[in-house]
Design a protein around this ligand. Structure first.
Ligand code: 2XW
Length: 132
């Protein structure tokens, strides 16, 4: 379901700042993921829309990864993927703004003050990433 994509390190995004990722979902997409955290093994947010993967069909799976151990999955049945998306990490929780006006709030389980690591994996072609 995945192919390795983009990895950014030392991005230093602080609470309340915004990362806007725009791109195109592959026409035959199975799954893609946006990962935010301290490093690949310590993720504040693994944001994983699944079109058809791991037995899931059109479900968004969110999770955290601490020391390489997955936390408890949060699953969102709303699946509004037609265009790019916005992500706004903040101190108490991570808010993911989806296409349209829907949002997913995910707890900041790692209590990170800032995010150093951003990666994009799977069937998603990144066109732009903006930090503001
Ligand atoms: C029902 C059986 C046991 O539960 C399943 O357990 C799977 C394995 O833990 C869960 O999938 C993982 O879910 C994680 C989020 O909770 C991640 O999405 C994990 O994939 C992370 C990943 C894979 N890859 C990757 N694979 N291959 C490559 N090149 N990269 N990169 N990142 C997935 O393999 C999957 O979400 C979970 N399903 C349920 C319904 O709980």
């Amino acid at each position: 379901c995945f192919c390795k994509g983009l990895v950014l390190t030392h991005v230093n995004v602080k609470a309340g700042e915004r990362i806007r990722v725009k791109g195109k979902v592959a026409p035959d997409a199975k799954s893609f993921a946006l990962n935010l955290g301290r490093a690949g093994s310590d993720l504040l947010l693994h944001f994983n829309p699944r079109f058809d993967c791991h037995g899931d069909t059109r479900i968004i799976v969110c999770n955290s990864l601490s020391g390489g151990e997955w936390g408890e999955e949060l699953r969102e049945a709303e699946f509004p993927f037609q265009q790019g998306e916005e992500t706004k990490p903040c101190r108490t929780e991570v808010m993911v703004k989806l296409p349209g006006d829907q949002e997913i709030k995910f707890p900041n389980r790692l209590g990170l003050e800032a995010v150093q690591f951003l990666s994009v994996e799977g069937d998603f072609g990144v066109k732009s990433i903006k930090f503001d």
